[in-house]
Each structure stands twice: as C-alpha cells, then as structure tokens.
Design a protein around this ligand. Structure first.
Ligand code: ATP
Ligand code: MG
Length: 571
C-alpha cells in the first residue's frame, strides 16, 4: 500500500472529548471516526486490525470444533417475548417498529435467535452437542457509552452458543472454551485473567470473564485476586474473609438515645466514640418499584449486583429522601430495621452484621439511635443473613485466607453456563435416548472483537502513539524514503517494497512529498511494528531499521533489512 493512497487522516491533536488513551489514539491515528455517540466508522487501518482479530478468533473456534454461521441483525419482538426478555432487557434493547407496526429490535445478543434456530433444526440427542458462533455487529443503547470502542453502542462481537444433553457435557465444553479464549487473546498479544463473575441479564449460574488488567479507570471492572492461589473474581461476585475485628459496641443495655443531627456513620462513630463496625448501617433502595432496606455493618458497603440477585430483581436505585420518609417513617440518617413494616418493605441483612454485639442503629425517629442491640434479643430479630457486601482491599482470600489484591480490568470476553434459562421458556426441546422431550442445556461465549482492539491499544502505547503487537498490526512494515524526490532513495525504497510484498509481508511505502519528520511522526502514531528508513546512508548501501517497541536504530543492507523483517514477523 502506498501511503499517498491510504484512506487515512492522522490528526495533530488528540480529540478533546476522549478520556481513554485507546479512544484518543485510535481517533488521532486515523483508525476510527465518530458518527454519533458510541457509533464509529472503522477506517481501513482499523478494519485490517479487526479482520486479523476475527481471523484468530475463527481459527481457534474452528479448531475447537465450533461452526460459524451468521444470524440476522434485526430481530422480531416475538422471540424475546418467548424468553421473557422483551421487558426484562431494559433500555439497552433498541426497539423499533416495522411498517406493519410489528415490534422489532436491533440485536444486542442472540440467545433467542440461536435457541429457536437450533430447536427447529435439531430433534435428537444424537445430533448433540453442537457449538455455533458468529462474528457480527451488535447494538446496545448503553446508558453511558464511553471510552470509544471500549464501550460503544454499536460494536463487533463474536458470540458462540453451545447445546448439550447433560450438565457434565456443558462443563466439558465450558472448559474447552476457556482454554480457547486464553489462546485467542494470547495470539492477539494480550495476557488475560479469567475471573469469576456475576451472570447478569444473560442469566445462568457459572460464568467467567476474561480481563485485560490495566491500572486506570478505563478498566471498568474491579478485580480481586489472590497471589497465593488462583482465586480471582469481579467485584460484583467476589467474596472474602473479613479481618478479625472487635465488633462489640460495649453498651450494656439496649436504649434509645438522643443523637441530634448525627446522620452519618462517621459522625455517629465520633459522637459515641465507637468503631464504625459497631454501627448497623441501613441503606434504602427501590428495586423494581418496591421498597427495600438493606442492613450492613457500618464499615462495609452494599454491592448492588449482589443485592439485585438476592432480591431476584431487574432494576435497582437508591431511595430518594422523600421515599425514605414515606416508606420508613423517619428521615435519612436515623433509619433502622425495627418498626419497619415488613409487609411493605423487603428487609435484607448482610453477613458482615452477623458477629455484631451491643451495636448501634437508627431508631426510625428523627435525632435518635438505639444502642446496645443484640441479635436474638427481640423475637423479631430471627434473621437470615445473606452476602450483599462489596469486598474491600485488606480482606482475605475465601480459598486460602491470604490478603486479596485489587486491580482494574477490561472485560474482553466471557463464558457462561446458561443451563436451561432459554430453552425452557422457549420450549426448545430435543428427544433423549428414552424418547422423552428435554430442554437443551446451553452455554454461551462472547468476545468483544472491537473492544479487544481498543484493549490492545490501552495496553500497548507510548507518548508517540500505538505499539501494535505484530499479530494484529494493520501493516507490519513502514518504508520511509527521507526524500522521495531523490532517485536513488526512491529506487531502493521501491525495491524493498516490492520484495516485502512478494514475501507476503504487509507493507506501506510512505511515498508522500512531506518532510521526513512528518512521516516518522505518523509511523510512530499509527504504530507499525517495523520502520525502514531509506536516507542518505544509501550511498554506503545501508538503510535504517527500527522496531516500534524500542528506540534502537540499526544500519543494514536492504537485503539484510528484509531478512530481519522475516525473522521478526515469522517468529
Ligand atoms: P459489560 O459488562 O462490559 O457491559 P457484558 O457483560 O454486557 O459486558 P456480554 O453481553 O457478555 O457483555 O458481551 C460479550 C462481550 O462483548 C463482552 O465481554 C465485551 O467484550 C463485549 N461488549 C459488551 N458490551 C460492549 C460494548 N458496549 N462495547 C464494546 N464491547 C462490548
Ligand atoms: Mg453490558
């Protein structure tokens, strides 16, 4: 490819509406162009990277026995009604009506389509198991599209779905997919960590996310992991052993006391001179339009995904102050669980509160708290504790009791054991050996293809631009003649270009009339793994050879430079 012909425009400056480095760099280096919020055109450079990632995905999925198909992008509401997700999916599902006033949607995912397709095609256990995948555009009307391709509204996903007759066979395939994923990301030049996670809207019980670990907020997930064993989990799913703490408030009898205008855990602990972990905190929510009161030890916080799961709810938000007064008959800051009407308000207690003694809590009365409470002291206190807390740094591994570490991660893929979550409601059945009809046992496996490209940029860049891993670089080599009007330079540059092309090496010849400095800047910004500069040293029969990942420039004959390209790229 001649640079003068390449459909690319690099920018002098970073776009000012971008936060993530991958977003800034992909725009500035001319890989993507924004069309609307969270919607981008993949320019030729990006398309080449995406094709490479997709090909790696294809090769590895095929090698693991999966088959590729391609499902429709526009889906009828009908199948979503069958799976009970037409309402449940929420606003991320972009619903549209066709000209006949029939409800349709843009595909955010394809569990419904594949389940229906397989159930119409496969009847017998003899045809199972099967694993089918596609690489396709998805649309999700994300509440907060951000970070460019990392969280777009339109994005490219590889989604695979497997169908089994037994849970054991699903587990076998789940493991195969796990290994396949690690290989796929490795081949893209990315180390990933498989972490346990919550299954969210897709449903099912067991799931893992493949995280590229980063140390910035661009990694939208908090990941807890243990260095002594291989425990690791997304914070929405992580559990921990709490440090042993003194959680006795020391009050020798239960009484209601005045706490004028003392509303926060911090103020209350100062006022009473006790640790926050001797205060029972009340956090009020509205879950699927019903009031919920979650009680948790004062030093801990609620993990809303866990709370959502404990309630089996779809949507949750904190209560407004007026709602607190309405449902709990007291102002915020003085809420406790006593005197709450349990027929109207769902009460939950976090496990962290279990060991508390002689503790303090709001009295459900303005400017009053109760001190010296003990579980079981009141017949109403017969309580079922559940885990709805977020893990904190300094807590211990649930497997081996060593300190847990925390980092941030970009989720590039995930795998789920779905079970019969879709096949049952959709009545997707096969005939088993005894001639009985059974729902398929399913798994599903996603990879964010466009997100993986952005994750690679997050991981591999410097102050000058992108440093593509060679496996997914848009082109391998950039040849820069310093002065394109110098006949000798032009000739050698052209010869190297032809020879590399003939070897199947993907090469760009920067034949533009611009100054060498401009071309070097673009070479670094775009991130070609290798740059060959043809300048004055050509008089001595030498060219300059440089790899993007380091700054060493070596002088080689053109033939040696070509050999070196082969060595580096074929390894
Ligand atoms: P997230 O928690 O990041 O929203 P998800 O759990 O909704 O992801 P899935 O529905 O399982 O993701 O989709 C499979 C893969 O698609 C994800 O692992 C991720 O790599 C990618 N993906 C999901 N949402 C987006 C998005 N808005 N933009 C780009 N890629 C995405
Ligand atoms: Mg999502």
């Amino acid at each position: 490819m001649k640079m003068s012909k390449l459909f690319v425009q690099t920018l002098r400056e970073f776009p000012n509406d971008a936060e993530a480095m991958s977003h800034k760099l992909l725009i500035r280096a001319g890989f993507i162009k924004k069309l609307a919020n969270g919607i981008y055109t993949y320019m030729p450079l990006a398309q080449r990277v995406l094709t490479k990632i997709s090909n790696i995905v294809r090769q590895e999925m095929n090698a693991s026995g999966a088959q590729e198909l391609l499902m429709p992008f526009v889906q009828p509401a009908e199948i979503w009604q069958k799976s009970n997700r037409w309402q449940a999916y929420g606003k991320e599902l972009l619903r549209v009506k066709d000209r006949h006033d029939i409800d349709m949607c843009l595909s955010p995912t394809h569990e419904e389509v594949i389940t229906q397709t397989v159930s119409e095609t496969i009847n017998s256990y003899k045809q199972l198991p099967i694993n089918l995948y596609q690489i396709q555009t998805k649309f999700r009307d994300e509440i907060r599209p951000r970070f460019g391709l990392l969280r777009g509204r339109e994005f490219i996903m590889k989604d695979a779905y497997s169908f089994h007759t037994t849970q054991e066979d699903l587990e076998r395939e789940y493991e195969v997919m796990g290994k396949t994923y690690t290989r796929i990301f490795q081949r893209c030049g990315l180390e990933t960590k498989a972490v346990q996670s919550d299954s969210g809207a897709i449903g099912g019980k067991v799931s893992h996310e493949y995280m590229v670990l980063v140390d910035t907020m661009v990694g939208e997930n908090n990941v807890f992991y243990c260095e002594s064993c291989d425990y690791s989990a997304n914070s929405n799913h992580a559990i921990s052993i709490l440090p042993i703490q003194q959680t006795d408030g020391g009050f020798d009898k239960e009484e209601t006391i005045d706490t004028p205008n003392i509303k926060t855990i911090e103020d209350l602990s100062k006022f009473l001179n006790i640790n926050p972990n001797c205060i029972l905190k009340a956090v009020a929510y509205i879950a699927d339009s019903k009031p919920v009161l979650a009680m948790i030890r004062g030093d801990k916080d609620i993990e809303e995904t866990k709370l959502l799961n404990a309630l089996n709810a779809l949507e949750i938000r904190p209560m407004e102050n007026e709602e607190i007064e309405k449902y709990l008959n007291a102002p915020a800051g003085f809420i406790g669980y006593r005197n709450v009407d349990k027929t109207k308000v769902t009460l939950l207690f976090d496990e962290s509160a279990k060991g508390m003694k002689n503790f303090v809590m709001g009295a459900n009365e303005k400017d009053k708290h109760i001190v010296g409470i003990n579980w079981g002291a009141n017949f109403e206190d017969d309580i079922n504790f559940v885990d709805i807390a977020i893990v904190k740094e300094g807590e211990f591994c649930p497997i081996c009791n060593k300190p847990l570490k925390i980092t941030r991660g970009i989720e590039v893929g995930n795998i789920f054991q779905l079970g019969t979550k879709y096949s049952e409601p959709m009545k997707a059945l096969y005939t088993d050996e005894q001639g009985q009809l059974k729902p398929y046992i399913m798994g599903c496996y996603g990879i964010g293809v466009s997100r993986t490209m952005a994750a690679a940029v997050e991981k591999y860049h410097d102050d000058f631009g992108i440093i593509w891993p060679k496996e997914i670089a848009p082109y391998h080599v950039d040849i820069v003649p310093v002065n394109i009007e110098d006949e000798a330079q032009k000739k050698v540059a052209n010869e190297i270009y032809e020879k590399l092309n003939a070897l199947g090496i993907e090469v760009v010849l920067d034949d533009r009339l611009d100054r060498a400095g401009v071309k070097f800047k673009d070479a670094d910004l775009i991130g070609f793994p290798i740059r060959i500069t043809v300048g004055k040293t050509i008089n001595e029969g030498l060219v300059e050879f440089k790899q993007r990942k380091d700054n060493d420039i070596i002088k080689l004959t053109p033939d040696d430079a070509i050999k070196k390209c082969q060595e580096i790229l074929l390894n």
